[in-house]
Design a protein around this ligand. Sequence first.
Ligand code: FES
Length: 391
Amino acid sequence: MDSPSIEWSEHINEVPKEVFVREDVYQVELERIFYGPQWHPIAHESEVPNKGDYKTANLAGVPLLIARGQDDVVRVFYNSCSHRGNQVETAPMGNKKEFECPYHRWLFSTEGKLIGCSNEREFSPGFDRKDYPLAQPRTASFHGLIFITMSPETEELDEFLGDLKKTLRELMAGDGRLKLLGYQKVRYDTNWKGYTDNDGYHAPLLHQAFKMLNWQGGKGRQFVTTKRGHVGFESELSVASGNGALQDPSLIEFKGQDPSVGSRVISIFPTFVATKHLDVINLRFATPISHNVTEVHYAYFAHADDDEEMLKHRLRQSSNLLGPCGLISMEDASIFHRIHIGNHAPGAAIFQKGVKSLSVVGSEFLQNDEAANIPRWEYYRDIMDFERSAA
Ligand code: FES
């Protein structure tokens, strides 16, 4: 599919607003980004801890089924029957001994093998069940975080993640041995790029509650680790004395092992974000539903070795701090929607905070900069073949 015609400024800190709202742009993004050579995190193995556990997911309209087989191996399947393509499972999660497609009752094992089909003797000559397993996308895993790609050309995951691996591992409690606490699921009325264009600049300005966590005064950095524009963020986070709002400050108590890095955030192109603020471990599996709507599943985790007290603390902190109604992030949903409305006006979105050059893209940024978003835009522009105007 050819790239749509878009006028793009010669300045690296300007992004034409029309890329957020044009349906023809979205169609090319599907082909080149979501179905193209990118890795997409879609689940953590701890979401399906027992044999037969499964969850369903959706990546840009493609239905997926993640299941732990009776052999204890976690696999990802297309959630599409190998007969006529019917969606096999509809529940968000559950436990099954096998998966039965309701249309003609073909039966699949939790390892994806076809183990039964009705009227088989009347099938085409040479029919063999072993030729009809549930199809699988290419997968890879990093400390239990499962990635898929729909392109055979995607580089190995290790190379794709680059130097982001250390931050990602530390964010997942240091070893990825997690225990699922629960989910919040939300649809934002915004383009997927509006959702991921979140920045460090806005945090203490939009979210008043971040002041309780000394965000502005903390020491922190943002860094870009690969040409793909993934962004890592590490920061001190501490509880301000006299937070002025909470009667019970234990809600924002930090019991973690490493208070010098109270906050870690990673953003993996195109839509995955993971955060660890205080003791909240949060993986955000996001997908575009259309060019106007983005769905995010906030999955919250504890560490597998947490005792009862720590589990309770994480559960309480997770359900109160983050997500669409979280103490420190509730304003995001409104801004995601309003920025999408605003992006229907002509002109460009302009980045300023931390921009040191109008032509050279940096790789290290301050905690409160928005310039860390620019490398991702450069990568996006490159994939989409959007040429800059001549200076
Ligand atoms: Fe699944 Fe026919 S489509 S059994």
